[in-house]
Design a protein around this ligand. Structure first.
Ligand code: ADP
Ligand code: MG
Length: 310
């Protein structure tokens, strides 16, 4: 199918915002909501690196939007729209694109983040996808990485390690799969409502995509502080056996927050109202780096904190 037919059939229906002009122009024309500041983010994913060649195209489409919305969530932003970069291989057929667009469309509808435009190329060796998500916040209220204060509590939403467990199960040949873990890997939940609720309360935030320890360290480093994490306090997803490896595994897309002790009860009330677990797992202190403590009081500093971008 020719590129313009493909866009008209599969992607124009996802471009419901007037700004997109039905994907019939060269560009989109977006007026930010009055008095709001834009927040922009892009994530790329490639076959064999961020998703498996056997992953269903519908979940690939949905995950592409969801991981980007996780970045908006971590900044406290409300989704506004997105742009899609579609890099296809010659092996891709119409069925793949139809299913991909269907999964992306479902996520677009769920999170109210319409398609505003994009670009399409083909003939690549592996499927390579990119998405730019645009959100908005009240000016100056976005949650940043560099705002943590000495004495702030380190808190995490949800639980950790489920996505890595799901990925390991999908990769293993024995056929034993826990549907909840597979779902955690294929359809991560962007914590948009929690992120928005934490603006004005949390001093700093980021999402947990590279691994809990690595991402907590990002917050500490950006804020010029040390982060002390109590390994045993970290809530783990059901079925996790190796605590330490769960702390360095990626893809969970939970929020990691620096919250001043005086605001913790307020934060807990809000998260409870939203039905999202929020757990204190450590604190920020003077110094630098990451200290991991266990119940025995042992201090472990794992050499590899998480996924390193190559
Ligand atoms: P160009 O020739 O400048 O690359 P195109 O003719 O490819 O532009 O794009 C025409 C319209 O289709 C534009 O509005 C563009 O944003 C949109 N578009 C192209 N590819 C995609 C895609 N994969 N998803 C969404 N919109 C797309
Ligand atoms: Mg053009």
């Amino acid at each position: 199918m020719r590129e313009f037919e493909l866009i008209a059939r599969y992607f124009a229906p996802l471009a419901t915002h007037l700004a997109a002009k039905g994907l019939k122009d060269d560009a989109a024309f977006l007026t930010p909501p009055p008095g709001r500041e834009l927040v922009l983010t892009k994530d790329m994913i490639a076959e064999g690196v961020h998703f498996l060649p056997t992953d269903p195209p519908a979940t690939i489409g949905a995950k592409l939007l969801r991981v980007n919305l996780s970045d908006l969530a971590a900044k406290g932003a409300v989704p506004l729209g997105c742009l899609l970069g579609l890099g296809l291989t010659t092996a891709i057929d119409d069925n793949w694109i139809a299913a991909f667009a269907c999964g992306l469309g479902e996520a677009i509808a769920t999170f109210n983040c319409p398609l505003l435009g994009g670009d399409t190329i083909s003939g690549l060796d592996r499927i390579t996808l990119s998405l730019t998500a645009i959100g908005h916040v009240a000016p100056g209220t976005a949650l940043l990485r560099d705002g943590a204060h000495c004495g702030d509590f380190l808190m995490v939403s949800g639980d950790i390690g489920g996505a890595a467990l799901g990925l390991a199960q999908l990769r293993s040949a024995d056929g034993l799969k826990d549907p909840a873990a597979v779902l955690r890997y294929q359809l991560p939940e962007p914590r948009l409502a929690l992120g928005q609720a934490m603006t004005g309360i949390a001093h700093a935030a980021c999402d947990c995509s590279d691994g809990l320890l690595a991402d907590a360290h990002h917050l500490a480093k950006a804020s010029g502080l040390q982060v002390i994490i109590e390994a045993d306090a970290v809530p783990l997803a059901p079925g996790i056996e190796d605590r330490l490896s769960a702390l360095t595994a990626g893809d969970d897309y939970e929020l990691i927050l620096a919250i001043p002790p005086a605001r913790v009860s307020e934060a807990l009330t809000l998260s409870e109202r939203l039905g999202v677990r929020l757990t204190r797992i450590g604190r920020f202190g003077q110094g630098q780096g990451l200290v991991l403590t266990t119940a025995e009081g042992t201090v472990v500093t794992p050499a590899n904190l998480g996924y390193q971008h190559g």
